[in-house]
Design a protein around this ligand. Structure first.
Ligand SMILES: [Zn+2]
Length: 468
């Protein structure tokens, strides 16, 4: 995964210099299931300029909703059911005036969100929505009747009479609806009505959602001067220099994942010949997802049930190796192969643990690269249109060849030399020319011609690191 500075998310949530005071204080819940989209992109797409968003990383039932008027929830993940206490907490918040938006679809078996919607008298189904969608007369004071709905995919709803349908599909079945409860509101609709891209580039239906969300949420007044902060996972445990972070729902994974990290760490030291860069990997967050992880250098976050962990172990070892590997590479991110080298480190750990899947993963990716460039001498992996499989396959091939030609421990020589040659404080850009210079120094041989023979556009005159 790309390194995502967590500090950014937290800084956004506490920014105090908005030009216009926000009228919406939203909380995007990522405690039931983490996605990069819910970690700030929903806000960028639908509430930018009108609302301030905070994220909930901690157990939902403990969330402080005092100065919040929009709580954004998803269908969740079967590994972490919504607890009864969480359902009651959401209900109390709504009765007290808050608005809850639930974006959810049914499937077989039903996601935890089905219990959440059932709590409010709505049933998720497995029947697919049939576009086009039509705004109902009841919703036309809130939504322009001519709005053309963009819809990805999802399922229709079955609703008690407490609900007002805002949006129907071609079969006259509810796709989005709202209900009052106490002083507040519950909004429920298919996930396919909203964006989902982690780069926030798909703000579908924003012309409809922004005014509608503002309308409902602002029936509860928030005070923009009072706290509205992100809530962090509430548990932490000190593990010999590492702080393990988790919440109630991820607790049953925490110790096992931390033990995997403790297994992986010495192998990474052996492979790279160095400890993680200064100040790196102080915290390990157990992330409520099977979808991967991220690294901000100082903190690595690992998806609790990645690759069907704990049933399967290799994917978890590779992921931890990858995310931790970023902390060995920083503060000078690698050119071109910053992601491939991280996974390569994970693969090397797997090999050292005698895991067959490690060799298979390596071979498969090199084969995919060879399918595009049979002897790896034709396609420049630095060219803007180089295919992903070529970049990854050629990167692995280069690391393997460097080890074969300049090993044993070629990668360790490289990492040690990089630490010696580059200033500690970081550098704006570490280019492939710089990288080849470091490799050349590490192995005591000018490798520019060798890289050039593999179609890399590298040039020693473009780096100050070579010749030594
Ligand atoms: Zn990564």
């Amino acid at each position: 995964m790309l390194p995502t500075p967590l500090v950014l998310a937290l800084a956004l949530a506490t920014a105090g210099d908005d030009p216009i005071p926000p009228v919406v204080h939203s909380v995007s819940d990522i405690s039931q299931t983490f996605t990069f989209y819910m970690d700030g992109r929903f806000h960028r797409q639908y509430l930018d300029g009108v609302g301030r968003d905070a994220r909930n990383w901690g157990s939902l039932e403990h969330l402080d909703l005092e100065n919040v008027n929009l709580l954004i929830l998803t269908a969740g993940d079967a590994h972490i059911p919504y607890t009864e206490a969480a359902l009651d907490h959401v209900e109390d918040y709504v009765r007290d005036g808050g608005t809850a938006l639930i974006m959810a679809d049914g499937q077989d078996p039903m996601p935890p969100g089905a219990a959440l919607t059932a709590h409010f008298g709505a049933t998720l189904t497995t029947s697919s929505v049939t576009p086009p969608l039509e705004t109902t007369p009841a919703a036309r004071r809130l939504i322009d009747r001519d709005h053309e709905w963009v819809f990805r995919r999802g399922t229709v709803l079955e609703l008690s009479r407490k609900w007002t349908v805002h949006l129907r599909d071609e079969g006259d079945r509810p796709v989005f609806a709202a209900r009052d409860l106490g002083k507040g509101h519950v909004l429920l609709g298919s996930r396919g009505l909203f964006g989902s891209r982690p780069d926030a580039s798909d703000p579908i239906n924003a012309e409809a959602w922004t005014p509608l969300l503002v309308h409902y949420a602002t029936s509860k007044r928030i005070d923009p001067d009072l706290p509205h902060n992100s809530t962090w996972a509430e548990h932490e445990r000190e593990l010999g220099g590492l702080i393990l972070e988790f919440h109630d729902g991820t607790e049953r994974y925490a110790d096992a994942v931390a033990a995997e990290y403790k297994t992986v760490h010495p192998h990474l030291v052996a492979i790279t010949g160095v400890e993680p860069s200064e100040g790196m990997i102080k915290r390990l967050l157990i992330l409520p997802t099977g979808g991967g992880g991220f690294s901000s250098g100082q903190r690595i976050a690992i998806g609790a049930w990645w690759g069907n962990y704990p049933e399967r172990r290799y994917p978890m070892v590779e992921l931890i190796g990858h995310e931790a590997g970023h902390s060995w590479v920083l503060p000078h991110a690698e050119p071109l192969w910053n992601e491939p080298i991280a996974t390569y480190l994970g693969i090397q750990v797997g090999l050292r643990l005698d895991m067959d899947e490690a060799q298979q993963t390596l071979d498969k990716q090199i084969a995919r690269g060879r399918a595009l460039d049979p002897d790896f001498t034709t396609i420049d992996p630095l060219s803007p249109d180089a295919p992903r499989d070529l970049i990854w396959g050629k990167s692995y091939f280069v690391f393997e060849e460097l080890e074969r030609l300049h090993g044993p421990g070629a990668l360790a020589k490289y990492f040690r030399t990089k630490r010696e040659l580059l200033p500690k404080g970081g550098r704006n850009n570490y280019t492939m020319d710089d990288c080849v210079a470091v490799w050349s120094t590490a192995v005591g041989e000018d490798l520019f011609p060798w890289f050039a023979s593999l179609a890399f556009d590298v040039d020693e005159s473009r780096t100050s690191l070579w010749p030594r």
